[in-house]
Ligand binder design. Structure first.
Ligand code: HEM
Ligand code: HEM
Length: 179
């Protein structure tokens, strides 16, 4: 029930997938909102909250990757073509890599604020991994975090469309077994 089986995702994998998805969609929407709609003086509070949620996402991702490593994924439907199998593996790997890289770029951006942001939602302190960088380097961190976050958003859109294709076009249980 808790672990994955040959044909089904276990409860823990499902929880990690959906809690992670919720956190990431929140970070994307809130990240966009706080940098475009919020008046300057109120931004810092929002950057702090966004970063706190981001630190906790990183913790969740470490747990998720460890769990994935100890629990092989259920087999894909037998009728997938070789290019579809390749797309599944590359797509999922891309999601994992981008989530981690976007978060690390966010972490260094948060560290280079006038007062470095280091706390997660529960008040735990995360280390400052960069400090004393020039303005141009800070802009590079910020820019990378932004661009990669939107690349991640595009990949997520493709992921959701692929899941819906399995359900409505190919009519297999790929979506059902993740729910
Ligand atoms: C921020 C949003 C999301 C992210 C980052 C994400 C990420 C991932 C990743 C990395 C996997 C691969 C799991 C593994 O093999 O270890 C996965 C599987 C899956 N996701 Fe998502 N996901 C998101 C949202 C969604 C949504 C909205 C849906 C449904 C419409 C969905 C449907 C699925 C399904 C069905 C699988 C299982 C595929 C299989 O059984 O091989 N995901 N997701
Ligand atoms: C997958 C995880 C994350 C996503 C999807 C995400 C998404 C975003 C987005 C969309 C923006 C707005 C970019 C713009 O349009 O200007 C943003 C900004 C920001 N994010 Fe994240 N973020 C994530 C993780 C993190 C983490 C882990 C931290 C810090 C620990 C962080 C810190 C920041 C900061 C400080 C800004 C403001 C940058 C600026 O000065 O403009 N983010 N994020």
């Amino acid at each position: 029930m808790f672990r994955n089986s040959e044909i089904n995702w276990g409860l823990i994998s499902k929880a990690l997938h959906w809690i992670g998805a919720l956190m990431i969609l929140t970070l994307l929407a809130h990240g966009w909102w706080m940098t475009h709609m919020v008046a300057r003086p109120e931004r810092l509070t929002n950057y702090t909250w966004h970063s706190a949620l981001g630190f906790d996402l990183l913790v969740l991702m470490v747990l998720r990757i460890l769990w994935r490593w100890m629990n092989p994924a259920p087999a894909l439907p037998g009728d997938l073509k070789p290019w579809e199998r390749m797309a599944v593996h590359l797509g999922h790997l891309g999601l994992y890599v981008l989530i981690i890289v976007v978060s690390l770029a966010g972490w260094v951006t948060a560290n280079t604020m006038r007062t470095p942001v280091t706390k997660d939602l529960f008040g735990f302190d995360f280390p400052v991994i960069v400090s004393g960088v020039e303005r141009s380097v800070r802009s590079l961190f910020e820019e990378s975090h932004m661009i990669l976050a939107y690349v991640l958003a595009a990949l997520i859109l493709g992921h959701v469309l692929a899941a819906l294709r399995h359900h409505f076009v190919k009519k297999n249980d790929v979506l059902r077994r993740m729910i």
